[in-house]
Design a protein around this ligand. Structure first.
Ligand code: ZN
Length: 134
C-alpha cells in the first residue's frame, strides 16, 4: 500500500455535497464522473496528496443508496493506492480478507479498483486502487 488515495463519503445530493465540501476545503471539485456499473455519480476534491470522493446514488439499487438507507450519509470507504492491484489482492486474500470482486474492475478517476469486505476490516469498507497507465 502506497498511501491513502482518497476517502469516500456517501451523500444524498451531489450538488449540495459539492457546495459544502467547497466551503470546507476552500476549493471546488476538479471532476464529476458517473460510474455506470456501480450506479453512482462521484465528484473529486484534491487535498494535498489525498482526495475526497463524494458519492451519490443514481438508482435505488445502488450500493450508495443502500448504505444511506441503513446508516445515513457519511464516511463510506477508505481507498489505498497500490502499485500492483492483482498482487495486493492475492496477498490480502491469503491474509484472510474477503474481496468483494475477484477481478479488478474499472472505477472512477482512471483507476482499477477492488473492494475488501468491511466485516474483515473492522467495519470499514476498503478500496484498493491502481492508476491505469495511459
Ligand atoms: Zn473510492
Amino acid at each position: 500500500m502506497k498511501k491513502i488515495e482518497h476517502i469516500g463519503i456517501a451523500v444524498k445530493n451531489l450538488e449540495s455535497g459539492n457546495d459544502i465540501y467547497k466551503k470546507l476545503l476552500g476549493k471546488a471539485h476538479y471532476k464529476i464522473e458517473e460510474v455506470k456499473s456501480e450506479n453512482v455519480k462521484t465528484s473529486f476534491f484534491q487535498v494535498g496528496p489525498n482526495k475526497i470522493e463524494l458519492l451519490e446514488a443514481t438508482s435505488p439499487d445502488s450500493p450508495i443508496a443502500k448504505f444511506i438507507e441503513k446508516r445515513g450519509e457519511g464516511m463510506h470507504h477508505i481507498a489505498f493506492a497500490v502499485k500492483d492491484i492483482r498482487r495486493e489482492m492475492k496477498r490480502l486474500e491469503k491474509e484472510g480478507f474477503i474481496l468483494l470482486n475477484k477481478e479488478p474492475k474499472k472505477g472512477a478517476d482512471n483507476k482499477l479498483v477492488c473492494f475488501v469486505h468491511p466485516k474483515t476490516a473492522n467495519g470499514v469498507l476498503i478500496e484498493l486502487c491502481q492508476e491505469i497507465e495511459k
